[in-house]
Design a protein around this ligand. Structure first.
Ligand code: CP3
Length: 353
């Protein structure tokens, strides 16, 4: 069952030797692909795609049929957890995610029950089992979750936010109340990721998209502490292998040493830091994933190749690097530029291994 034909991703995440640097792309299944847009149209909307395991499986595999990627990532969303907690997730065209019942008061927080993945989110586990069977060992499957802090921003703000006014007000005026919510989310995320691993996820990533809007002290108190608890609570042995855990805090470049100390196997980097400097700081404690600016994909193939070369050279010789963008690929990107990116990573990285 765990006979992987391509295990570069898992090897690099554990800092084991590889032939070339593995590469995958955050949001690799998404609106920049015409076949995704067609499938979503037929399914009705985005959540219908997520909740239909057959459709989620098909969309997960779409980018693998186009590009020479070294991993699949489950097609789903981080907001499945608050949706399962009863907040009523919906997507307003052009406005991103919204909740019908945002969490605002002490009563709202006390009434929330942590998710039981098997009974509350069976569609996610069904999708994972189906994708594993369809992949048939082609590449590993990455599972994921949002971090408690990042989930809490959406739950309290009621959707996307620019200033995080409501959650920051709570953090600084009633930190004990916020910690009750973050604790329930940490329990939920631990259960969610353990269930994903049991269903067949071979690596997991925690998306802490909004950790970087905090001060260093607030980051440790409201985001990192809960991610460390989750890492400690994961059962990371499955099918005779270690399931690596990747922590991605966007804007977390100042705190790499602290993130490495959680016990995660890898840190996801955005493009705002030099990957060579990051490597010098974390040494051989963790692998690094990243970190090309997604905006480079709007430029020429030559510019993409130059940027890939710069990042490979900055990281330097040896294992422990998974190539990715520093954040998700955007809907305006031409798929041919993604192909150029993936192929450049493979062809140019031979010299570093
Ligand atoms: O990476 C992948 O290909 C796997 C699928 C995936 C999606 N969302 C699909 C998606 C993953 C890993 C996510 C994570 C996610 N979702 C994050 C963390 C990652 C990040 O980007 O920092 C966040 C913050 C969310 C919440 C969310 N979901 C937002 C803000 C949006 C709207 C985005 C937009 O540009 O409109 C979504 C919707 C969403 N999730 C889409 C996809 C493909 C677009 C939905 C559509 O219209 O088809």
């Amino acid at each position: 069952m765990s006979d992987l034909k391509n295990d570069r991703l898992l090897r690099a995440l554990l800092r084991e030797p590889v032939d070339v640097t593995p590469v995958w792309v955050m949001r690799q299944a998404g609106r920049y692909l015409p076949e995704y847009r067609a499938k979503r149209k037929r399914a009705g909307d985005f959540m219908a795609l997520c909740q239909n395991p057959q459709a989620a499986c098909e969309v997960t595999i779409q980018p693998l049929d186009r590009f020479d990627l070294d991993a699949a990532i489950l097609f789903s969303d981080i907001l499945t957890i608050p949706d399962a907690m009863g907040l009523g997730l919906y997507f307003e065209e052009g406005e991103g995610p919204r909740f019908r019942k945002p969490v605002r008061s002490a009563k709202d927080i006390e009434e929330l029950t942590p998710v039981n993945t098997t009974s509350d989110l069976p569609y996610v586990l069904d999708a994972i089992r189906l994708i594993r069977s369809e992949l048939n060992g082609r590449v590993p499957l990455i599972g994921f979750s949002g971090s408690p802090w990042t989930l809490a921003t959406y739950m309290i703000e009621g959707g996307s936010s620019k200033d995080f006014a409501r959650i920051k007000t709570m953090a600084y005026s009633n930190p004990a109340l916020l910690s009750v919510l973050l604790e329930k989310l940490a329990v939920s995320v631990t259960d969610y990721l353990n269930a994903q691993i049991m269903a067949g996820a071979q690596a997991v990533q925690i998306f802490d998209t909004w950790g970087g809007v905090l001060s260093g002290k607030a980051y440790r108190e409201f985001s990192l502490k809960y991610m460390a608890r989750i890492v400690a609570g994961l059962n990371t042995q499955a099918e005779g292998r270690t399931v690596p855990v990747i922590l991605f805090t966007k804007g977390g470049g100042g705190w790499l040493e602290a993130i490495a100390a959680t016990g995660c196997q890898a840190i996801g980097l955005d493009w705002c830091q030099d990957i060579g400097e990051a490597r010098a700081r974390v040494g051989d404690r963790v692998a690094l994933q990243g970190n090309m600016d997604p905006a480079v994909l709007r430029a020429s193939t030559t510019a993409i190749e130059a940027e890939v070369a710069t990042i490979l050279q900055s990281y330097g010789q040896g294992a422990g690097h998974v190539f990715n963008l520093g954040h998700g690929v955007t809907p305006d990107i031409d798929p041919q530029q993604v192909a150029a990116f993936v192929d450049a990573v493979h062809s140019m990285s031979v010299n570093y291994h």
